[in-house]
Write a protein that binds this ligand. Structure first.
Ligand SMILES: [Mg+2]
Length: 161
């Protein structure tokens, strides 16, 4: 289960109950995020009940383990190494760049992707040899909800392993 940070765990609008304002300073830059300490336990329960593994798929990369994981109740997780976006050329977009690295990291493994960037989710199907996957497209204004977790659970339980 691939997990984005901004727009997924950190919604862009002042969110509903349960979220706390957090100050995170990766690489010397300070960001104010909304994070929900109930998200980690829900995701861990989902991982345990379905036998799936959690990993970061975010431009936060390993910084998510330092700044995000402890504030949402997650342990250190593996992460998709996404190099810095080289810039728009040959029609390549930020979302397409992320999709390429997600596909390369997942290899032949089926995956669920919690992601708010429509361009990233649109591009994943075009990557070579991408395995069976569920795109859980998230509204970045509200972020991850119980409905998204339930959708992932249904799909993972139906997966033929
Ligand atoms: Mg995002």
């Amino acid at each position: 289960m691939l997990l984005d940070v901004d727009g997924v765990l950190n919604p862009f609008e002042r969110p509903h109950r349960g979220f706390k304002r957090q100050r995170c300073s990766p690489n010397g830059m300070t960001f104010k995020l909304w994070l929900n300490p109930a998200h980690g336990p829900s995701l861990l329960e989902l991982a345990e009940s379905t036998g799936a593994e959690l990993a970061w798929a975010s431009y936060w990369c390993d910084n998510a383990n330092v700044w995000i994981a402890p504030r949402v109740g997650l342990p250190e997780l593996p992460f998709v190494p996404i190099p810095q976006f080289p810039g728009i050329d040959e029609g390549r977009t930020l979302g397409a760049w992320k999709a390429r690295h997600v596909a390369a990291w997942a290899k032949s493994r089926p995956f669920v992707w919690f992601e708010d960037e429509p361009d990233a989710t649109k591009c994943i199907a075009g990557e070579p040899d991408v395995a069976e996957h569920l795109l859980v497209e998230i509204d970045p204004l509200t972020g991850l909800t119980d409905g998204h977790i339930a959708a992932a659970e249904t799909w993972l339980n139906a997966l033929d392993r």
